[in-house]
Design a protein around this ligand. Sequence first.
Ligand code: NI
Length: 174
Amino acid sequence: MSVLPILTLGDPRLRLEGQPVDSFGKYLHELIDDLTDTMRHAPGVGLAAPQLGEALDVAVVEVSGRLLELVNPRIVRADGEDRDLEGCLSIPGFFAYVTRKEKVWVVAQDRRGKKYKVSGSGLLGRALQHEIDHLDGKLFIDYLTDLETELIPVSSLEEEGVDEEEREALAHRG
Ligand code: NI
């Protein structure tokens, strides 16, 4: 288990489509452990394999102390709309308001290949959508029409009076 460097915006590997996982052995288990360690070290609420340079459909999400190991995850149902600030460990120092589904239902496999379902709204729902986007080579900035005006540097959140606790929470993204 290791903390690995997280790729940042501009690295073409962030744009690679994740390949489906069909082997549930040691290689996958080490990748999941590395993702978990690296996410917790950042710290973040999620991390996807492409952010470590692995073009595989694997991600982890951890919200409210519950770790989800997501292998071959896909959204099977979505409901409502939610607009909130979002950040990405691959785009450090910047946030933006992104409109996403309010609640999603996801089918995934665990590290042994066993299928399970999970649903989430709020931060969990957003983290699930954000990480599954990474597996399609998609980043939150792709939802923005004008980076110049919509991308918010963390320093300007301070100026806007977003308190430290909230800024800290915002930094905890994937
Ligand atoms: Ni991200």
